[in-house]
Write a new protein. Structure first.
Ligand SMILES: C[S@@+](CC[C@H](N)C(=O)[O-])C[C@H]1O[C@@H](n2cnc3c(N)ncnc32)[C@H](O)[C@@H]1O
Length: 268
């Protein structure tokens, strides 16, 4: 059983209504609206600055007119981008996240927050953005949706634009890697989610999925994208009952080239 987008919207709306910052980053000691708001937004700034630094290291030129933050939550990355981009658009599936994002926004009209309950980005025309960013979002969507969004990231990018998105890549446990992910993911995900909900509710338990990097890289190339860099992040710890998960951040141009270097390094 996997959630459709309606289920995802309900789940994230419920989380956003009760404890939005913890729903976004369930760190120990932050449940019950106990995140320090300044620290929470600093985490977003550090993430965005790390991404922009990596883009500079890669020697990529990037226009700074329009950025899309896909799955923006309360806008911690959207606002961090406002220091660099003229127009920052955050989209989310959960209306209460957007209410919180607008309340917390410190950058006026430079940041706009929009609802997107659809399995694509049809609300935006082709070539609308210089940068599309997505962090801790695609993993909450079943594979068919995640790949559909990646397809549209490329479509809405301008010719010299860049998509930067993070995705879970599979269990760190080498024994589980022998089982094909299309067989393992739904059953594993369901079991993990139920176990976490029962035994460790303080760590959250919302649906999450993974896609191996090889599948993502070939999907991008088949859709005309050029993978510039793939960065291995620190594994996401699974808690007492969960499994640690590998995760990567992909830097992708909407070009036509077939090649792409795979860079394995620390977190950006
Ligand atoms: C873990 S939070 C991350 C929020 C934000 N990216 C950050 O790092 O602060 C996941 C967010 O993605 C949103 N989300 C999940 N699936 C989505 C989808 N299909 N379309 C848009 N937003 C989605 C959720 O509502 C939630 O706000």
């Amino acid at each position: 059983m996997q959630m459709g987008l309606d289920g995802l919207q309900d789940e994230w709306s419920r989380l956003a209504e009760t404890d939005p910052l913890w729903a976004i980053a369930a760190l120990a000691g932050t449940k019950g609206n106990r995140w320090d708001i300044t620290e929470f937004f600093l985490v977003g700034e550090r993430r965005v600055e790390g991404v922009l630094a990596h883009i500079r290291e890669l020697g990529l030129e990037l226009a700074t007119d329009d950025v899309l933050d896909f799955g923006c939550g309360v806008g911690r990355a959207t606002q961090a981008f406002a220091k660099h981009f003229t127009r920052c658009v955050g989209v989310d599936i959960a209306p209460p996240m957007l209410v919180a994002a607008r309340q917390l926004n410190k950058f006026g009209k430079r940041c706009e927050y929009r609802l997107n309950p659809h399995p694509d980005l049809s609300m935006f025309g082709d070539a609308s953005f210089d940068l599309v960013f997505s962090n801790n979002v695609l993993q909450h969507n079943p594979r068919r949706f995640a790949l559909g969004y990646i397809h549209d990231f490329l479509r809405v990018l301008r010719a010299r634009g860049l998509a930067v998105f993070q995705m879970l890549s599979g269990p760190s446990n080498p024994w589980l890697r022998w089982i094909p992910y299309w067989a393992l993911d739904p059953a594993f995900n369901r079991t993990r989610t139920v176990l976490r909900r029962i035994t460790n509710p303080d760590e959250g338990g919302w649906e999450s999925h993974w896609i191996p990097p090889s599948v993502i890289l070939s999907f991008i190339r088949r859709n005309g994208g050029e993978v510039i860099s793939t960065v291995r992040e620190s594994p996401l710890q699974g808690g007492r009952t969960g499994q640690a998960m590998e995760q990567h951040t992909y830097f992708v141009r909407p070009g036509r080239a077939e090649s792409g270097t795979v860079q394995v390094s620390g977190a950006v």
